[in-house]
Design a protein around this ligand. Structure first.
Ligand SMILES: [Fe+2]
Length: 160
C-alpha cells in the first residue's frame, strides 16, 4: 500500500531512498558519538574540543531532520530507530570510557572523513536520479568538511 506517493519513478526512488537512509544513519550516529566524546573528553585542550564537538552534534542533528524529511517527502519512510542505527552505523567511533583530547581529535577526523567519502559517492549516485536530493547531500558534505577541517587544524603538529 502506498501511503505517501513518490514523485520519483523507479529506479530513481530506490537510489535516492538508499542514499538518504544511509546518510540519516551516519548523521544520527555522528550526533551520538559527538556527544559521547563531548562527555568523556579529558586533557589540556578539554574546553575548545568540548565546545567544538557540540557544533558537530548540532549540525548532525539538524541535517538528520532535513534528510529524513526529504525522504518522507519522496514517499520513502525514514528509519531512525535506535536498533537501526546500532546495526547500520559503521563510522569510526571513540572507545568507551575517558578519551584523551588528542585521541578524540584523531577519531573525529577519521569519522568525518569516512562520512564525507560516503557522501561524495551518494552525490555521484543521485546526480541523475534526483538533483534536489543531490543538492541537499552537497550541503551536508560542505558542513561536514568544515567540521573536519576544524578538527584537523586542532591536530597540528601531529607528533606532539
Ligand atoms: Fe554539553
Amino acid at each position: 500500500m502506498t501511503v505517501v506517493k513518490s514523485t520519483l519513478p523507479e529506479p530513481a526512488r530506490q537510489v535516492v531512498g538508499d542514499a538518504l537512509q544511509s546518510t540519516l544513519v551516519d548523521l544520527l550516529g555522528l550526533s551520538l558519538i559527538g556527544k559521547q566524546a563531548h562527555w568523556n573528553l579529558v586533557g589540556p585542550r578539554f574546553r575548545s574540543i568540548h565546545l567544538q564537538l557540540d557544533e558537530v552534534v548540532s549540525a548532525a542533528r539538524e541535517f538528520s531532520d532535513t534528510v529524513a524529511e526529504r525522504a518522507a517527502a519522496l514517499g520513502l519512510p525514514p528509519d531512525g530507530r535506535p536498533e537501526t542505527i546500532a546495526s547500520a552505523f559503521t563510522l569510526p567511533a571513540p572507545k568507551d570510557g575517558w578519551v584523551r583530547d588528542t585521541e578524540v581529535v584523531e577519531v573525529m577526523v577519521e569519522s568525518l572523513e569516512t562520512a564525507i567519502g560516503r557522501l561524495r559517492e551518494r552525490i555521484e549516485a543521485t546526480d541523475k536520479a534526483d538533483p534536489v536530493t543531490q543538492d541537499l547531500l552537497i550541503s551536508v558534505t560542505a558542513e561536514l568538511e568544515k567540521q573536519r577541517w576544524m578538527f584537523d587544524a586542532e591536530n597540528w603538529p601531529k607528533d606532539r
